[in-house]
Design a binder for this molecule. Sequence first.
Ligand code: DQA
Length: 145
Amino acid sequence: DVLLVLNGPNLNLLGQRDPQQYGTTTLADIEASVRERAGEHGLDVDFRQSNHEGELVDWIQQSRTSAAGIVINPAAYTHTSVAIRDALEIVTCPVVEVHMSNIHQREPFRHHSYVSAVADGVIAGLGAHGYVLAVDAVATLRAHP
Ligand code: DQA
């Protein structure tokens, strides 16, 4: 069973980008800790990042019926993308939204998420550890739907 982990724009620069806000952990570090925790739950991981909204939509559509779960940090598209929201609404597996920063503590334009309405749960403000918690959440949601 494959867990799809999707990362939106600029998350490829984690570690270099605004370390005050996002820390020094890189996306490769996050991928490693996600793979380790997913393995403990018997899940394989398909870990992806894109700076392109439509590519994220394509990946969500492709995994619509096959993914065991989706963990998504839509990054800036959180606050703008009806298309990503609509794609996630169609999937049948558990969906967990992750933000490294606490978006509610930040600028008002980050307070609203289009994605939250179609996510089973949301994790924000816990840094890179949020991704690991999201893996646990998917495993729990699969065991107790
Ligand atoms: C983010 C929060 C978003 O507001 C921002 O645009 C990001 C990262 C986070 O992980 O905290 O790129 O999703």
